[in-house]
Design a protein around this ligand. Structure first.
Ligand code: ADP
Length: 383
């Protein structure tokens, strides 16, 4: 690996161990023991300390300089990008996969000239196995560090998403409005062929913008927090269904809804729940040929409110049923449709689960013995 191993007095090593966030709480006696199987290493700027997937043989504590922790992100088959998850500074530890006797979960590289104390993994593990008290202290500190790193990663991701959503959508929105100006005939006459190609471009760009929104939605749910307010599910269902009525009528489908007058209020996000219902009803419209029926029902169950969306459409095969809620999954029916990203149902699932509910599908719909039926439940407000 091309690094130097410096011979260093045990005193200096001891000092670094003592002030580190991972071993700091241990007694002088224990730390002296650990110092006997630790040594110092020096890395040049840019030098790799270890690679993700390597067997973790040493735990590192930074003495001087800084190291970046990277993960490999595979955005599509054959393309791997490096993403920096965290930077570790003097006193901080990295490479704790060593404690678990596993492989490194990340790569580490020196950012500037970096000196680190490397603690021999095998010796450390056997010490932890023999001394439960020491093990308890170290595990508690590892957990503290890990939860700090997690919250750091979440903030980074949330920030990245808000920047990415703006940066990706702004140029597309600009192109879209130029196209609309040209299509409107404001900068000169267009022939039929040109009009047709431009309007197709407009549709594709609108789909692209929607896809970016969907992908960002997925990641946002990983980050957490949906804002909940008291709401009437009856209103949410009615609004969503009415929004899609023109689409159903255009396809000559009969869209009915069965909503009880009285319903207990629930806590939830009206915008997000609308997104789920329009996704389900939108799919029902998409996958039902004319003549066909789509029905939306709202019911009250023990402890739950229940929404059912049934259609008399093409249905979903038994093999496909378990997969349709997966990210990017598009079924046989989905593939024959030009529109769609295969993200709708996985986003819906995340939304319903964030509300403490469940969502699933049945096909054929048990009542009509045709098409499909999507059901979701939401817990009633306990207050
Ligand atoms: P998309 O509609 O963008 O393909 P979804 O996540 O909304 O993605 O749906 C995933 C797949 O589930 C669809 O591609 C389709 O094969 C299937 N599907 C969803 N809803 C229905 C339905 N009502 N009837 C038949 N198939 C459906």
């Amino acid at each position: 690996m091309g690094h130097n191993t410096d011979l260093l007095s045990k005193e200096t090593i001891l000092e670094v161990l003592k002030t580190s966030n991972i071993l700091g709480g241990l007694s002088d006696e224990t730390l002296s023991k650990i110092a006997t199987f630790s040594h110092e290493e020096t890395y040049q700027p840019g030098e790799t300390i270890f690679v993700e997937g390597d067997v973790a043989e040493e735990l590192y504590i930074v003495k001087e300089g800084e190291a970046a922790l990277d993960i490999n992100l595979s955005t599509r088959p054959g393309s791997v990008r490096r993403g920096t998850v965290d930077t570790v500074f003097p006193g901080e530890a990295f490479g704790w996969s060593t404690i678990l006797e596993s492989r490194f979960a990340m790569s580490a590289r020196a950012v500037s000239t970096t000196k680190a104390i490397a603690v021999d993994g095998e010796a450390l593990r056997s010490l932890l196995a023999q001394e439960p008290q020491i093990c308890a202290v170290v595990v508690r500190q590892v957990l503290d560090i890990a939860s700090l790193r997690l919250s750091h990663t979440r903030t980074t991701l949330a920030h990245f998403l808000s920047v990415a959503s703006h940066d990706l959508k702004a140029p597309l929105a600009a192109v879209q409005s130029y196209l609309q100006v040209i299509l409107g005939g404001f900068v000169g006459e267009l022939n039929e062929k040109q009009k047709e190609m431009l309007s197709r471009s407009c549709v594709r760009i609108a789909e692209f913008i929607e896809m970016i929104d969907n992908i960002l939605d997925i990641s946002r749910f990983e980050v957490g927090a949906v804002e909940m307010q008291e709401l009437s599910l009856t209103e949410v269902v009615r609004d969503s269904v009415e929004m899609l009525r023109p689409l159903a009528e255009e396809k000559k489908l009969n869209l009915t809804q069965d909503l009880p007058q009285e319903m207990p209020k629930i806590k939830g996000s009206a915008i997000r729940l609308k997104q789920v219902i329009t996704n389900l009803v939108g799919n029902a419209v998409k996958f039902t040929p004319s003549p066909g029926e789509i029905s939306v029902k709202l019911k009250e169950d023990d402890g739950y409110l229940r929404v059912e969306v049934s259609d008399t459409g093409v249905g979903i095969s038994t093999e496909e049923l378990p997969k349709i809620f997966d990210e990017f999954y598009r079924g046989v029916a989905g593939d024959t449709e030009a529109k769609g990203t295969g993200l709708g149902l996985s986003i819906s699932k995340k939304i319903i689960e964030a509300h403490g509910g469940r969502i699933w599908a049945e096909s054929p719909c048990p009542e009509t013995e045709s098409g499909s039926k999507f059901i979701f439940t939401l817990p009633k407000d306990k207050a």
